[in-house]
Ligand binder design. Structure first.
Ligand code: PEP
Ligand code: MG
Length: 902
């Protein structure tokens, strides 16, 4: 039975058998060729060998059973349809053998053209082409070259060298000057090269050529560059490529032939129009090789009006059919147009929004689909400031856009210098060959980071993204010389102190300071651009799609903010409350000393004095925030600092005391402080006395904060405002911790609030795995949960959140242990599972329990979808990510097939 199944398994599809939805099986190219064939468009006939055949071949090193027979049958059908036979001496059918995976991997895999040519059929091809010997021999030499290089690993340079020699002998630089005799001679030379490297003659059997070419395309899936590209683009390694066997059509048969590429709209801006390039008397590979300059597609109207009109008609038809921007490749053979490829085209972030909006206007898609077509990463890109480029600025190098943004600054080569200059208020760009954890301080100080080595997962890239800092990595035209404090690029030398500008979105590097302009999209969110009254297609499209997302989403979006200014900005960006106000941020600067006194106090009166001083300051902090968030909920988290952030550094203190003692000074006070700091010193402050633990250990600390919150809310109400405070207890692991804090807090609240009408909720963060696992118990004492996924990730994985990303995550990413840092995007299987358990058990114990998330993941697009799935009520994120979260929360509804709206 199993054997029978293998024999019957279908590995080859005629173009008329496939369709655009079969990309997994037929690859993108094959699926779309099939789609165009079925639309009745002029596609050269052919067939596709499936990715499953490739997978089977790569697993065993052999073509699967049945494949050879199926290829034979499809080839015969093709020959019948064309009225020609592969390699027929009189009138040969020639085919191209092209790779085509599910995801586009441009130029990474192999193609062999003109399969079917040999010493006899070359004559037949010439006859077919109207006794065009030059064309026939040129086609033959191209076959030997491509076949030799791709299938038999003959070094490509040898062929190129022979071609150069032929041109030299003729005294020309142009291929087109070689005549039929020259090319015949070149074929002989190529055959000798082939023999020398392979120990065999160039195969004359067309079917053998075909089989070997198919094999080579299968194998090119695992070529080094393809493997690297997949890793970079996170394309799974086991998909395999399909192979398309397509009847050859020739764009190089004379001036009435040619080849081109086109987009149905501008992929840069989304504007409607005709965008493309055309090259007369050429094949596609000539365009790629840049042998001659292409002309704008509009020129084709003059050269061949009927093909041009037909092409425009087809492009309109494709757009209507795919309901999207398409890019195409075509060839004209003696006035006859052929479509060689189409696919939904890549586009910039701006074009994605504009096109989605246009397609809605044109009635091709609805707003749900428009929402599906854009994403939060694109929106985030549109919110970065951009370079204002004019012709004056040309890039001197291009690397990988590793972390978006636009940054200009003084070049420095060491972390120390970056820190020094930044401290003087200068904007600096840290330039390194590659970075390592020792560069961390410099990276923090720098405005941007530029490296000459390393990809999207290099240390520089990962760390910069984590910090939200602009980074261009792997700009390999740049020669960095750190000891000499300079780099060279394009024949220029840039010394420390010179200014460069880097674009972390495009990867481009400019000399000098390129002016930066604020994003229009941010201006729109800020309320300074009115979408109804400006002629800006992008802003109007963003407005329209955001409005739809807001109408769709079930998740509310709050913000993490600890100042009135941040709260106000987030509100303009659409935040519907504060999900996390980190009160420890309110104790920095001048107030640090008060907190230090409080923590180190040994006597009650010392402690109370510090608390009394802090109370009015805190009350004022909260009043400001409640005012900005009038009418909206504000979650205030009780203080949660890792202790070491508020204590003087132990080593420094010990040295100071020792030096003072040496000098015979009176150090009694310093010694007492040193003893206290020693007493409180922790090896792992992130796992130490922080959060609720600190509140339970230092009497009066949480009570002071609760009082300040309640008093601020009452004062807000008295002034006619509406404050909705939600007090949140951090780092709870056991319900008893929460119950203890709650009992004290309730008393204070009752006393302060009285009959003012103010309502104060008390809830907890879920950020310790134990809390997630005992959520049912904890919910008994909590009116809400907010998931602290930063700590939950730290403690779920056992990764120190302050250290690991810069230290070794690049290696984990390289090894594919995870595809993205779990601190950046929620680890659904592990940490996400803890969230799910806590949500379910919490709600089971307390129906209606309010659930939110306030870790960094609250603004990460994929994580927002996960939180939607789990059924949380809101996500909370930094002000700048609020629009991204709104958009993704809407997309989550559309993508889960729901018509949820709020
Ligand atoms: C968290 O742990 O996810 C959280 C929001 O708290 P913090 O980052 O302040 O520890
Ligand atoms: Mg935390």
């Amino acid at each position: 039975m199993a054997a029978q199944e293998t024999v019957d398994h279908k590995y080859v599809y005629d173009f008329s058998e496939g369709n655009k939805d079969l990309k997994e099986l037929l690859g993108g190219k094959g699926a779309n060729l099939a789609e165009m064939t079925n639309l009745g468009l002029p596609v050269p006939p052919g067939f596709t060998i499936t990715t499953e055949a490739c997978q089977a071949y790569l697993a065993t090193g052999q073509e699967p059973d049945g494949l050879a027979g199926q290829i034979e049958a499809h080839l015969e059908a093709l020959e019948r349809a064309m009225g020609k036979r592969l390699g027929d001496p009189q009138d040969p059918l020639l085919v191209s053998v092209r790779s085509g995976a599910k995801f586009s991997m441009p130029g990474m895999m192999e193609t062999v053209l003109n399969v079917g040519l040999n010493d006899q059929s070359v004559v037949g091809l010439s006859a077919q082409a109207g006794q065009n010997d030059r064309f026939a021999w040129d086609s033959y030499r191209r076959l030997i070259q491509m076949f030799g290089k791709t299938v038999c690993e003959v070094p490509g340079e040898e062929f190129e060298h022979a071609l150069d020699e032929a041109k030299n002998a003729k005294g020309t630089h142009n291929d087109l000057d070689l005549d039929a005799d020259d090319l015949r001679g070149l074929v002989d030379a190529y055959k000798k090269i082939f023999l020398k490297h392979t120990g065999r003659e160039f195969p004359q059997q067309p079917r053998e050529q075909l089989d070997l070419a198919i094999r080579a395309v299968f194998e090119s899936w695992n070529a080094e560059r393809a493997v690297l590209y997949r890793r970079q683009e996170r394309i799974p390694a086991d998909l395999g490529t399909a192979v398309n066997v397509v009847t050859m059509v020739f764009g190089n048969l004379g001036p009435d032939s040619g080849t081109g590429v086109a987009f149905t709209r501008d992929p840069g801006s989304g504007a409607q129009g005709i965008y493309g390039d055309y090259l007369a008397n050429a094949q596609g590979e000539d365009v790629v090789a840049g042998i001659r300059n292409t002309v704008p597609l509009q020129e084709l109207e003059r050269l061949d009006k009927s093909s041009y009109d037909e092409l425009l008609g087809i492009m309109a038809r494709l757009e209507e059919h795919y309901k999207d921007l398409c890019d195409i490749e075509f060839t004209i053979e003696r006035g006859k147009l052929w479509m060689l490829q189409t696919r939904v085209g890549k586009r910039t972030a701006a074009a994605a929004f504009v096109i989605a909006g246009q397609l809605v206007d044109e009635g091709l898609i609805d707003l749900d689909e428009a929402l599906h077509r854009v994403n939060g990463a694109q929106l985030a890109q549109l919110m970065f400031p951009r370079f204002q480029l004019d012709h004056e600025f040309q890039p001197v190098a291009k690397g990988i856009g590793a972390s978006p943004g636009a940054a200009s600054g003084t070049v420095v080569f060491t972390s120390a210098r970056a820190v020094e200059l930044a401290a003087e208020g200068e904007s600096v760009i840290l330039v390194r060959r590659e970075t390592n954890p020792d560069d961390l301080n410099g990276m923090i100080a720098a405005q941007g980071i530029l490296t000459s080595r390393g990809g999207k997962t290099s240390h520089a890239a990962v760390v910069a993204r984590g910090m939200g800092k602009t980074c261009v990595s792997g700009a390999d035209e740049i020669e960095v010389n750190v000891p000499a404090k300079r780099f060279t690029v394009a024949g220029r030398t840039v010394n420390e102190g010179d200014v460069v500008s880097i674009d972390g979105t495009t990867g481009k590097v400019y000399l000098g300071e390129v002016p930066v302009m604020p994003s229009e999209v941010v201006q729109y969110f800020e309320g300074s651009l009115d979408p109804e009254h400006i002629d800006n297609a992008l802003v109007r499209a963003v407005h329209r799609i955001m409005t739809h997302a807001d109408g769709k989403r079930r998740l509310a979006v709050r913000t993490n903010a600890d100042t009135g200014a941040d709260a106000a900005r987030a509100r303009r960006f659409g935040a519907e409350g504060i999900g996390l106000c980190r009160t420890e941020h309110m104790f920095l600067g001048d107030r640090r000393e008060l907190v230090e006194r409080l923590i180190l106090a040994r006597a009650a009166d010392e402690r109370e004095a510090a608390l009394d001083a802090l109370l009015p300051l805190q009350r004022a902090d909260f009043e400001e925030i409640f005012r900005e968030m009038d009418g909206l909920p504000v979650t205030v988290r009780l203080i949660d600092p890792p202790l070491h952030e508020f204590l003087p550094p132990l080593e420094q203190l010990a040295v100071n005391v020792a030096v003072a003692q040496e000098r015979g000074e009176d150090v009694a006070k310093e010694e007492a402080l040193l003893a206290a700091v020693r007493r409180m010193h922790e090896e792992n402050p992130m796992l130490g006395l922080r959060g609720v633990r600190l509140g339970l250990v230092i009497p009066g600390l949480f009570a002071m904060q609760v009082r300040a919150i309640a008093e601020a809310a009452v004062s807000c109400a008295r002034n006619g405002g509406v404050a909705k405070p939600e007090i949140m207890v951090p780092l709870v692991g056991a319900v008893q911790e929460l119950e203890t804090v709650r009992a004290e807090a309730e008393k204070i609240i009752a006393e302060v609030v009285g009959d003012s009408g103010v309502e104060v909720l008390i809830g907890t963060m879920i950020e310790v795995p134990r809390a997630a696992l005992t959520a049912g118990q904890i919910a008994e004492a909590a009116e809400f949960f907010s998931f602290g996924t930063n700590d939950l990730t730290q403690m779920g994985w056992g990764f120190s959140r302050d250290d690991v990303e810069g230290a070794f995550f690049w290696r984990y990413l390289e090894l594919g242990i995870f595809g993205i840092s779990p601190f950046e995007s929620i680890d659904r299987d592990g940490v996400g599972r803890l969230v799910r358990i806590a949500a379910e058990e919490g709600r089971a114990a307390r129906p209606g329990l309010k659930l939110g998330i306030c870790g960094e993941h609250g603004g990460d697009p994929d994580s927002v979808h996960f939180f939607h799935e789990v059924g949380l009520d809101y996500v909370s994120c930094s002000p700048f990510r609020v629009p991204v979260a709104r958009l993704e929360a809407g997309r989550a509804v559309v993508e889960s097939g729901g018509s949820d709206s709020r």
